[in-house]
Design a protein around this ligand. Sequence first.
Ligand code: SF4
Length: 383
Amino acid sequence: MAQATQAEKLSGSRYSAQDGLLLAVDDLHVEFRTHEGVAKAINGVNFELHEGETLAILGESGSGKSVTAQAVMGIVDSPPGFVTGGEIRYCGQDLLTMPEEQRRGIRGPEISMVFQDALSSLNPVFTVGWQIGEMFRIHRGMNKTDAQEQAVRLMERVSIPGARQRVKAFPHQFSGGMRQRIMIAMAIALDPAVLIADEPTTALDVTVQAQIMDLLSELQEERKMGLILITHDLGVVADVADRIAVMYAGRIVEHADVYDLYARPGHPYSKGLLESIPRLDQKGTQLAAIGGLPPNLTRIPAGCSFNPRCRYAADVCRVDPPPPLREIGHRWRSACHFAEEVLAGTAEVTKGTLDGVVQPDPAADELEPSAGATAMPNEGDRR
Ligand code: SF4
């Protein structure tokens, strides 16, 4: 029998995806009130997610990608974090204005999340079967026996060998890759329409990374979920994402189909990230990197926030913020004064480079690593 689409699955509930649109984030703002000042972590983020679509959100630490996910899930640690503006609509309903009780009914059954550190996300004193089964006991009212049977079924689905025997094992008795599979099993237990995976492979070796990405991709295809992959690693998502949103200093600076962005980035930051991927055909050469550090989110530079690190920065970039994302191609948007020139390869390099490495602007040296990041909630801080 054909797999039901998310729209069909949702049609029996009070949430119904119109034209396959599951999630619409519009002009989202999040800030953290820290002892150093207000860290503006998210500054007007917009994106959409349709059923069956995989969106990768990409950027360095402190760019705001995890906070965006936490805002969607409704788990921004408050205080110090506050969603100060915008809308997050799930199947047309704004999550930010609905009662918390209603939102709890969405978190898990409708929108679910895989966190990056499985060991600290799993409870060490309960068996994995108990923790997976909890989803069914709490949300479906199942008894312990039936919930455990569901846990075995899910462990088998995420390819944990000997699931029936290992359902009573504890998290520390599994390898890192297997623990991440258990986290995925918990996240898909209630057949969510949207799955958010926050750096799901960061702590894993390369082979296991590929296996986990394959599993996520397979499950997404099988269940027609909308999948949001959050990562700092462009290499990890190349094969699985449909679209990519590149974030810097709390904004999306480029949003494009994956093939377009990989072939010809339309923003200097995306270009720098792509150039920093190690390549086998460039053995012995210095690895290109983006000079400087992401800005302190309590003191975001004037003009374009990327200007202290940008090889193409001109006077206008230090004064005028670039316009919000604007079309530079089909389903392709960039927030750069010189996006067309960057795309065409004709943008003028204004800063010295050494083997592709931008020499940091003196202004960038004054910018410390994102203080906002230190104030960010960790994944255990759920509202
Ligand atoms: Fe670089 Fe200017 Fe574009 Fe910002 S607006 S990314 S500083 S060229």
